[in-house]
Design a protein around this ligand. Structure first.
Ligand code: FCB
Length: 465
């Protein structure tokens, strides 16, 4: 038997987001998810939108007790821009939202759970999308910064870990390249502008945060990172992987962590006529806004090969430079669209952050093992759902993280996606990731066996295999 011991003050917990958990009660405004669901409910699995979801707005006290039961010492969720801000132009806040978030934060803190608060989890206010095109517009960049400053001022040091964006590349991919987020456009030039504007919004918010001198708080960003693995060692495949890495990872990592804009990226954009509008003042923000920590989300590896079939889209996407590739020897999760399972990617990510990004302090901000409700099965006679599959896979991933720590990774915690099965965008409740099942009929939270294991891990800081 081997014992894997993690650092003493390691953060253990889970991640979620406001819109995926809170429900619509007393929400000041709509986000694009409310709007899109109203316009096109058929785009959502079984037509379910984010109206009620886990109903955290009403149930946060009871839920914080459930967090304790599975051993969390920390938890990430997000503030909803469309809940906190009543009037985007004047910056008037919604007092009910202030009260709700304060109560929720206090409840976590008094129960020994460190809250980490994210400011944007794919949830553009509907009004700002309609009026200005969301992050297509620099006006919205500034409105985001006003909102961020309000949040810093109101909740300040109560939140020790502030996060500007979760997976900032995803709204670019979903909304402007591949049609899985509103506004469902397919436009490479707009995509690059939106990506740039989000990086700018992040940089400006980080600058404002530092001006406030909240001495006890830190600020960071959460990126979804996966190395690009090739079919084999042939040169054209390695080149394909280099492009995929540049466009999907370095495009956000370099400006946000190293404060550098990769020259090669600018060249690619120029070649395709998709160079964004920038000013030298904006570039100064981006190249000087220092973050304190990084969050990394990891689910599945990216595999690529050189293009074999000619690129036939009439707009720019990263796939101009590669094709996605399924590893015939890979291991796949039978419960999640056959996604590949590759725990060693965690080690590769950690070493990349260590060697190429100044070994910035980071945490595994999302790692999720998806199962559907049927494969998790019904609760046993003890009332607990047996999801040993999840625990076994989690162990494999954590062994790789442990190896990375031994190799000098500066990782300070692990958050699993997610706490209670929550609503996940167009997939709605199709995939379950939680420590607790959400019974959609009754709203009941049903414990899963994995939580018992996690509690042991969190308390002892170790596990045996
Ligand atoms: C991540 C998102 C999160 C959730 C999981 C399943 O990419 O950050 O909101 O939907 O996927």
């Amino acid at each position: 038997m081997t014992k894997y011991v993690f650092p003493k003050d390691f953060k253990w917990g889970a991640a979620a987001s406001g819109i995926q958990t809170e429900g619509r009660t007393n929400k000041a405004n709509d986000s694009i998810w409310d709007l899109w669901h109203r316009e096109s409910p058929e785009r959502f699995f079984r037509g379910i939108g984010s109206d009620k979801v886990t109903d955290t707005y009403h149930r946060y006290e009871e839920d914080v007790q459930l967090m304790k039961k599975v051993g969390f010492n920390s938890f990430r969720t997000s503030i909803q821009w469309s809940r906190l801000i009543k009037d985007y132009e004047t910056g008037e806040v919604c007092q009910d939202a202030v009260q709700f978030y304060n109560n929720y934060l206090d409840e976590m803190i008094t129960n020994g759970i460190e809250p980490m608060m994210n400011l944007y989890h794919f949830d553009m206010p509907a009004e700002l999308q309609k009026k200005y095109g969301g992050f297509e517009s620099k006006k919205v960049v500034d409105l985001y910064v006003d909102y961020a400053v309000k949040a810093f001022q109101i909740f300040g040091n109560k939140v020790k870990y502030w996060i500007t964006f979760n997976e900032p590349i995803v709204p670019v991919e979903g909304g402007y390249l591949y049609d899985f987020h509103y506004p469902c456009k397919k436009d490479g030039k707009l995509a690059v502008q939106v990506g740039y504007n989000i990086i700018l919004a992040h940089a400006k918010a980080v600058k404002e945060f530092h001006k406030l001198e909240l001495k006890e708080s830190k600020i960071g960003v959460v990126l979804n990172l996966t190395p690009s693995y090739t079919r084999d060692e042939r040169e054209e495949d390695k080149k394909a992987a280099w492009y995929a890495d540049l466009l999907f990872n370095r495009s956000f990592l370099d400006p946000m962590v190293k404060n550098e804009i990769p020259q090669e990226l600018c060249e690619i954009f120029a070649e395709h006529g998709v160079t964004p509008e920038t000013t030298s003042e904006e570039i100064d923000y981006i190249t000087s806004a220092k973050i304190d920590f990084l969050g990394v989300n990891y689910y599945v590896p990216r595999r690529v090969k050189a293009r074999e079939v000619a690129y036939d889209l009439d707009y720019f996407t990263p796939e101009y430079y590669f094709e996605n590739y399924i590893n015939p020897e890979g291991r796949f999760n039978p419960y999640r669209d056959n996604n590949e399972i590759l725990p060693t990617a965690i080690h590769d990510i950690a070493i990349n952050v260590k060697d190429n990004y100044g070994n910035i302090p980071w945490f595994l901000a999302e790692i999720g093992i998806a199962m559907d409700e049927e494969s998790e099965g019904k609760p046993g006679s003890d009332g607990i759902i047996d999801d040993t599959f999840r625990t076994d896979l989690m162990k494999e991933h954590l062994i790789q993280l442990h190896r990375a720590l031994e190799d000098g990774a500066n990782c300070f915690g692990v958050h699993q996606w997610t706490f209670i099965d929550n609503w996940s965008w167009t997939n709605s409740f199709k995939r379950r990731y939680g420590f607790y099942r959400l019974d959609l009929e009754t709203g009941n939270r049903i414990p899963k066996k994995h939580g018992l294991w996690f509690k042991e891990l969190s308390i002892s800081g170790s596990f045996n295999v």
